[in-house]
Write a protein that binds this ligand. Structure first.
Ligand SMILES: [Zn+2]
Length: 414
């Protein structure tokens, strides 16, 4: 088989395109291929598909293609231009590349696969592309994916914040709880940060949102109440977040009690912190004996722990009515416990009870958002060296957007 025929096959070039010539440079480890077309071919306007003859040709361009046995491979061509009566002089569509890309479709597909598995730095080495080219490929892929996805409001959303650094820089994340995808990323965690998401939809679209899981972060609550119709019954405070408050209260009681004990030389509660924070059934066997003896001691911490465990039962109630009944009983117990941190937390939850009880209507938590949040942490850590927030956003959508990132390929895979 002659080299032109070989590359014709490898590239999957179809009429009217053929391989004109192939040049191999062993020294430069490079293969250059020129694609040509028959002169009499008629082309379609890329806008309206009107059949037209060639008007002229653009300057020769080159597209990086999949390597041929480690040799960098470039496809060259002069792109025909047509003069459409409606759309003017336009370059025709090419079967091997998207408009404005410096890579063939097959190379872009490979690059997306590599970028999904490796860090950007790693991908530049594997693919032998520059840092800017790697970001450019990711941006194109994300743009393509977002366009294909179109505008849609998920029925069940999670809103979460993520700390970017210890310097308290935050970003706001909105995720689709059913698809486990990131829908929106914005800087900071202010009301406007979340407003940006809701304001991209019409009121009718926002009406279709059924439920929104979030922490009790006032700016997010304010944004949602202001912009989402019926938000009062749609906001669900994340149960893990509520339980975190409760665990903090237990820990506060332990700290205070331990301090009192220590003052009289009693080390009973030393190094017991995590024992009280475990869910009862998850306490590792090696701690069970000590924990049982601590519990038998009638400690304030033991009472706080029992109240915390009872609040865990609250979430298991089968109906809102039963949950409310459990809550009333629990609230009375908690507020009469004479344990200040517990009373404070109980009152705090009571104050927001309406959107705690919505859990029993919608049954959602922010676990998906938390999961995506830690995935983003990995993206951030993977030595990306984000030079801008836009790059970071691109990487988040690339890895967590659930997007169709690949270009549509017409050619057979090489
Ligand atoms: Zn046209």
């Amino acid at each position: 088989m002659r080299d032109v025929e070989l590359y014709q096959q490898l590239l999957g070039l179809v009429a009217p395109w053929t391989v004109g010539r192939v040049e191999l440079s062993v020294e430069d480890e490079r293969v250059d291929i020129w694609a040509e077309h028959a002169p009499e071919v008629r082309w379609t306007c890329p806008e309206c598909a009107t059949l037209l003859s060639v008007y002229d040709h653009a300057e020769e361009r080159a597209w990086r293609h999949l390597d041929s046995c480690q040799f960098k491979t470039y496809l060259h061509a002069r792109v025909p231009r047509v003069k459409c009566p409606t759309h003017g002089t336009r370059q025709v569509k090419l079967p091997w590349a998207e408009a404005h890309s410096r890579f063939t479709l097959l190379f872009e597909r490979l690059a997306i696969d590599v970028l999904k598995e490796a860090s950007v730095r790693g991908a530049t080495r594997i693919l032998r592309i520059s840092w800017d080219e790697a970001w450019h490929l990711m941006q194109r892929a994300v743009k393509r994916g977002l366009q294909a996805k179109g505008k849609c409001v998920p029925a069940r959303l999670g809103v979460d914040e993520k700390a970017l650094s210890k310097g308290a820089r935050y970003i706001t994340l909105v995720c689709n709880l059913d698809a486990s995808t990131i829908e929106y990323v914005a800087e900071a965690r202010r009301m406007e940060s979340l407003d940006g998401y809701f304001l991209s939809f019409s009121v009718a679209e926002l009406e279709s949102i059924r439920a929104i899981a979030m922490d009790m972060w006032p700016p997010y609550i304010a944004s949602t109440l202001r912009l989402v119709p019926g938000a009062r019954d749609k906001i669900v405070f994340d149960l893990y977040h509520v339980m975190r408050f409760m665990n903090e209260a237990v820990d506060e009681v332990r700290k205070r009690e331990h301090r009192e004990h220590r003052a009289r030389g009693d080390e009973t509660l030393a190094r017991s912190r995590y024992l009280w924070l475990y869910a009862q059934e998850r306490l590792p066997p090696k701690h069970q004996e000590r924990f049982a003896s601590l519990r038998a001691m009638n400690l304030k911490t033991g009472r706080a722990w029992a109240i915390k465990e009872s609040l865990r039962e609250f979430w298991k109630m089968p109906t809102r009515e039963q949950a409310l009944a459990h809550w009333k009983h629990w609230y009375r117990w908690a507020t009469h416990s004479r344990l200040k941190p517990v009373i404070k937390t109980a009152k705090n939850i009571q104050h927001k009870l309406h959107n705690v009880l919505t859990y029993f209507t919608h049954r959602i938590t922010n676990a998906v958002a938390e999961g995506l949040n830690s995935k983003i942490q990995t993206i951030k850590k993977a030595a990306y060296g984000f030079r801008s927030f836009e790059n970071f956003k691109t990487a988040i959508f690339f890895h967590c957007g659930g997007l169709q990132l690949y270009p549509v390929t017409h050619a057979k895979p090489g």
